[in-house]
Design a protein around this ligand. Structure first.
Ligand code: SAM
Length: 331
């Protein structure tokens, strides 16, 4: 018996190349919107493949620009694609794609940092948090100036299961400056380990999938780009409020090479610093000569637990923020 024929992806009808469209509409990249276009369709295909199977699903693409990632998305048979783009000059090229597509395409001219995705997708897509992720996917070749604030905002949304994460554990496939991709995924003891690594890995499984050389983009940025896939965890490693995890991680990494006895002490006002930092690490069962890059997330959890214990005895300490005070010892 002959093997069944493979179902081929439905191609879009012939369209001008992205390069031709940029020329046709006189679309020059704007620096203030971090516009670096990816014209190599093998690479845009590879980014789209990172999402996994999107057939019949909902895909939201951030910063679609002239549509070079949008094309391979559409060819993978989603039920609907939502395009969020700040620059209205791209509307004609995106409308052309929308007309050629066999799925629904909604174009939203908006700033992604202002977009609430709470009601963006059909209600029947909602899944319980412990179930498999819904067939909803976020993707974007992100503008560099937006990437870090956006991921921090979205990690907070994930922690609160709001916006797109009201629908369940929606996965994200995003590009970052390569160094930021390395930080997001940096394991313990890595040089790149920082607050962002802990925050991302506390709420998501983070996979730095591959890199794209800067020369693949038009115009060529000064840096290479990393593609990162994040999938929200069923349970965060440290199950505490976002602001608390953020505060403790920020303090611990305020001096990467310092012992955490020193950095953790910044959680407290100067006069109480020494005693309370010693108590904190003792209760968390962490050697005071540990450095930030050696700290695991479960250890951060123990520090937060001990910190909460101290706060419950002296509630006024909760609002202490060493960045707002002039009693910080600088060395
Ligand atoms: N997706 C296209 C590609 O891969 O060639 C363009 C990527 S380009 C790096 C980033 C895109 O994001 C640009 O089209 C830019 O106009 C858009 N953009 C910049 N800031 C944005 C924001 N705050 N919200 C939505 N889109 C934004």
């Amino acid at each position: 018996m002959s093997a069944p024929a493979l179902k081929s992806a439905k191609r879009l009808p012939p369209l001008p190349t992205i390069k031709d469209l940029l020329k046709l509409y006189g679309l020059r990249a704007m620096k203030h919107l971090s516009q670096n276009f990816l014209l190599d369709m093998r690479l845009t295909n590879k980014i789209v493949k990172t999402m996994g199977n999107i057939a019949g699903g909902q895909v939201l693409e951030v910063g679609s620009g002239p549509g070079s990632i949008t094309r391979p998305i559409i060819e993978k048979h989603p039920a609907r694609v939502v395009l969020v783009e700040k620059d209205k000059r791209f509307l004609p090229t995106l409308e052309m794609l929308s007309e050629a597509a066999s799925c629904d395409v909604d174009i939203i001219l908006s700033d992604i940092l202002r977009l609430n995705m709470e009601n963006m997708f059909p209600e029947e897509e909602v899944r319980g948090w412990t179930e498999r992720p819904p067939n909803i996917h976020l993707i974007g070749n992100l503008p560099f100036n937006v990437a870090t604030p956006l991921i921090i905002r979205w990690l907070k949304d994930i922690s609160l299961r709001r916006s797109a994460w009201r629908y369940g554990r929606v996965g994200l496939t995003l590009t970052f400056q390569k160094e930021v991709a390395e930080r997001l995924s940096a394991p313990i003891l890595s040089k790149q380990r920082c607050r962002l690594s802990l925050m991302a890995q506390n709420w998501c499984s983070v996979h730095h999938v591959f890199n794209i050389p800067g020369k693949a983009f038009l115009p060529k940025p000064d840096v290479d780009v990393g593609v990162v896939k994040l999938v929200p965890l069923i349970s965060p490693v440290c199950d505490y409020e976002f602001h608390l995890v953020e505060k403790v991680c920020r303090v611990l990494f305020s001096g990467r090479q310092k012992y955490i006895l020193k950095t953790a002490s910044l959680l407290f006002p100067l006069t109480l610093r020494e005693t309370l930092a010693e108590r904190l690490l003792k209760e968390a069962n962490i050697p005071p000569q540990t450095r930030a890059i050696q700290v695991t997330l479960p250890e951060v959890g123990r520090i937060i637990k001990a910190y909460n214990g101290i706060i419950s005895e002296q509630p006024s300490l909760a609002s202490y923020n060493f960045r707002n005070r002039d009693d910080v010892e600088v060395d």
